[in-house]
Design a protein around this ligand. Structure first.
Ligand code: DGL
Length: 256
């Protein structure tokens, strides 16, 4: 079984893609909505939360963990890998590498949370893959709030997305990296706001392919369980509405 988690519903963008690529895999998704958003928290706090959730998922039978959250990956990927060294752990890192390969202007924009930009992972990704390009980094906590409340289209969303996207365009960015899993749901608005010259990179397909490559025992029942640490009913409704994910199984409780 594959255990997937995020602070909230952002990771459903990854879950949806895993289901598309691995329809028979058994999946357990935890949305830690009681403690969302993670972005304004300290890296130490998010690390402790991620280790706790990792333990919970492993206790319930996960044989692969997918950290479907850039912030938790920035804070805890190394610690998760050393604590649960018997299983593969797939994490998120901002897609600077493909962005650097695709930019014509030499400027790329990364939209993520403040905590993601503070982590060493971001610094290391930029120094490994961003040489020769200018990286415009923008923290967009209000985008997380929008998505978490189920708003991904309409005038308010367009207004909120416009500021950071227009600033990045004014700085000549021609590629936008979605460095927060919540932002995949805003990809159409970001693309529309940025205009035809902006390429938007959504990492979900690549993360799902990586999961398919490394998961040793993904299961074969195609089962899906969605668990929220706050409000399971709301999570189920948002998952159906936003990601077309219908949960056939009764949720478990977190924590329990
Ligand atoms: N989905 C998250 C990420 O990828 C977390 C957003 C948040 O909780 O602030 O970074």
């Amino acid at each position: 079984m594959i255990g997937v988690f995020d602070s909230g519903i952002g990771g459903l963008s990854i879950l949806r893609e895993i289901r598309r690529q691995m329809p028979d895999a058994d999946l357990l998704y935890l949305a830690d909505q009681a403690r969302a958003p993670y972005g304004p928290r300290s890296l130490e706090e998010v690390e402790a939360i991620a280790l706790e959730i990792g333990g919970w998922l492993v206790d319930r039978g996960a044989t692969t963990l997918v950290v479907a959250c850039n912030t938790a990956s920035a804070a805890a990927l190394e610690s998760l890998r050393s604590r649960f060294d018997q299983i593969p752990i797939v994490g998120m890192e901002p897609a600077v590498k493909p962005a650097a390969a695709q930019t014509a202007s030499g400027v790329i924009a990364v939209f993520a949370t403040a905590a993601t930009f503070q982590g060493r992972l971001f610094e290391s990704v930029v120094s490994r893959h961003g040489t020769g390009v200018r990286v415009v980094a923008r923290a967009c906590p209000e985008w997380v709030e929008l998505v978490e409340s189920g708003s991904v289209a309409g005038p308010e969303v367009e207004r909120t997305v416009k500021g950071p996207v227009s600033e990045a365009r004014a700085e000549m960015a021609d590629v936008a990296v979605l460095g927060c899993t919540h932002f995949s749901f805003l990809a159409p608005v970001i693309a529309q706001t940025g205009g035809p010259g902006l390429v938007v990179i959504d990492p979900a397909p690549a993360v799902a392919s990586q999961t398919a490559r490394v998961a040793p025992d993904p299961g074969d029942g195609g089962s899906l369980r969605l668990v929220s640490s706050a409000d399971p009913g709301r999570l189920t409704a948002l998952a159906a509405e936003m990601a077309g994910v219908i949960t056939p199984l009764e949720p478990w409780e977190y924590p329990s």
